[in-house]
Design a protein. Structure first.
Length: 254
């Protein structure tokens, strides 16, 4: 079925950050969340994952209301990867990834839990770093560890806040390709906050563009990634054309 967000409104004090935001994304799809800084992308991701509670609205995942679930039940369905990669305490990479199995544990990790965590490490190419202290890793490596932790939850909804911001070009492509492949293979829904429009065009199926706390545009690449929309939302001139079946954005001026 997928993700359905209905009428999300959220404020910080008197400042409204989201106003009546609604959209639907079917299972197996990757949604690119677009917009300049301060338009509510991170807030929307956190509200969908119930890390923030919206003032109004509903969030349904495969027909079930995520916001009414217990924390443990929700953690078995949705995983959130934050933008920050700061390591709050000393821990090995494998221990951080094993945290993704916490919602499923009764007493201690089972053999299956360990195999799932090891599989997540392998998919992110982190096998050789498994017993390294996460604090000794680069920012990009720590970002991949957090994504592996999320994959260990085996979620049906994956929420990623600028997951490529600390990665080099190769790892950006590998990470976005992994998310796209997981969405298709596991029939999960992925929502990714991202600034790189070309990277989004390569790997996302649908796009939601925010402006002034509201949905400005929603749909496929041809509907959303237009020169007019980019000018209106980002305040820059851009040329948009198709290249090998994908939209390509070239900035031409401010």
């Amino acid at each position: 079925m997928g993700l359905s967000v209905e009428g999300f409104t959220f404020s910080y004090g008197k400042k409204t950050v989201l106003r009546e935001v609604s959209f639907e994304v079917p299972s197996g799809c990757v949604l690119g969340l677009l917009g300049p800084n301060g338009t509510g992308k991170t807030t929307l991701l956190k509200a969908v994952g119930a890390l923030h509670r919206p003032e109004s609205g509903r969030c349904l995942l495969d027909g079930e209301d995520l916001l009414s679930m217990s924390t443990a039940a929700r953690a078995k369905r949705a995983a959130y990867v934050p933008q920050s990669t700061h390591a709050p305490f000393p821990a090995r990479v494998i221990d951080i990834v094993m945290l993704g199995r916490m919602p499923f544990l009764r007493y201690s990790p089972t053999r299956q839990d360990k195999e799932i965590a090891a599989g997540a490490l392998s998919r992110l190419g982190l096998d050789v770093l498994a017993f390294r202290d996460v604090g000794a890793l680069s920012g990009g490596e720590r970002q991949r560890v957090l994504i592996a932790r999320a994959l260990a939850q085996q979620p049906k909804l994956l929420l990623l806040d600028e997951p490529t911001s600390s990665l080099d070009l190769k790892n950006q492509l590998q990470t976005m390709g992994l998310v796209r492949d997981l969405a298709r293979e596991e029939k999960l829904t992925a929502v990714i906050s991202i600034h790189d429009l070309n990277l989004a065009a390569l790997f996302c199926d649908r796009f939601l563009m925010l402006k002034e706390a509201q949905v400005f545009a929603f749909g496929g690449a041809e509907e959303v990634l237009t020169s007019a929309n980019i000018k209106s939302v980002y305040g820059v001139e851009a040329e948009v054309r198709q290249f090998r079946g994908r939209m390509q954005v070239s900035l031409t001026g401010a």
